[in-house]
Design a protein around this ligand. Structure first.
Ligand SMILES: [Zn+2]
Length: 294
């Protein structure tokens, strides 16, 4: 009796193992949607980006972006690429520009596909974040470089708008807000740690400030100190503009809202000389340019 039971258990677990093995085999044999042309597109883009990274021409963020590009290089018939074909076409345009300029670490790609970006364009592989362009840091802590680098990127995209043939939007580098509700909003949500670090750095403390669990009087003192210490030059939009929101929803009037008149005039000139494709603009992050499909 005991023997029969044991034997039955063994048989049962063996059967489970066989079933599990079959399930894995079936999964790995799923036939996907990618046709030969699509596979060639992604594989060659992945290879060229990795080559440019290895040569020091561009920089791929190492922990997440580079593995995504490595998967792109090995894309198979059933695989889902990290970015859409359109974002892939933008990556190709950016890479072509870097090759023409030939500078060292000309572009830094800091984020592509983000599975945790709930409801955001990175979740669907419809956005790119770049931290450097044409060798310029796209960071509001370096406002002149940021203005120059983002403008150069817009010019590259505008010149290729016809071949790209689709609409995109740009999330521009911005300064953090300094009004009370603004500071509170900056200390919440995705990426708040980086923004808290920017305030801390402005306050000149050696270590990160604990912005939370203070009395309301102490909080007010910290906020007042931020207003005094966090000196900046606005790069594109005023720091009082609401992050993530296009000021007017239309590219021309968004450009007209730029704080710097020289930058505004240059962008209008690019727009007027056929810079189609760009749909609207919005203030986004402190330390990068965000390019997304619309
Ligand atoms: Zn982004």
């Amino acid at each position: 009796m005991t023997t029969a039971l044991d034997s039955s258990c063994i048989d049962h677990s063996r059967a489970n193992r066989i079933l599990q093995t079959r399930a894995v085999e079936n999964e790995s044999k799923v036939v996907g949607e990618n046709d030969d042309e699509t596979i060639t597109f992604y594989q060659s883009l992945g290879q060229d980006l990795l080559d440019a990274d290895a040569k020091g021409l561009i920089e791929l963020e190492a922990s997440v972006v580079r593995p995504q590009i490595e998967n792109m290089r090995l894309l198979g018939r059933g695989d889902k690429p990290a970015v859409t074909r359109q974002i892939g076409a933008i990556l190709r345009v950016l890479l072509n520009g870097a090759e023409l300029r030939g500078g060292s670490k000309d572009i830094a790609i800091i984020s592509l596909y983000r599975p945790g970006d709930k409801g955001g364009p990175h979740l669907a592989g419809r956005a790119i974040d770049i931290g450097r362009f044409a060798g310029k840091r796209l960071n509001s802590a370096f406002p002149d470089e940021a203005a120059e680098g983002v403008t150069a990127c817009y010019r590259d995209l505008a010149q290729n708008a016809k071949s790209l043939g689709f609409k995109f939007a740009l999330g521009l580098p911005r300064n953090l807000r300094t009004d009370n509700p603004g500071i509170e909003a900056e200390l919440k949500g995705n990426g708040w740690e980086a923004r808290a670090a920017i305030y801390s750095a402005a306050l000149g403390q050696g270590k990160r400030i604990n912005f939370f669990n203070q009395s309301s009087e102490e909080t007010q003192k910290i906020y007042d100190a931020i207003r005094v210490a966090y000196k900046f030059t606005d790069v594109f939009f005023s720091h009082n503009n609401v992050p993530g929101k296009s000021p007017t929803g239309l590219v021309k009037s968004d450009i007209e809202a730029f704080v710097r008149t020289a930058v505004r005039d240059e962008w209008l000139q690019i727009l007027n000389s056929g810079g189609k494709g760009l749909s609207y603009l919005f203030p986004d992050a402190a330390d990068h340019l965000h390019i997304q499909l619309v």
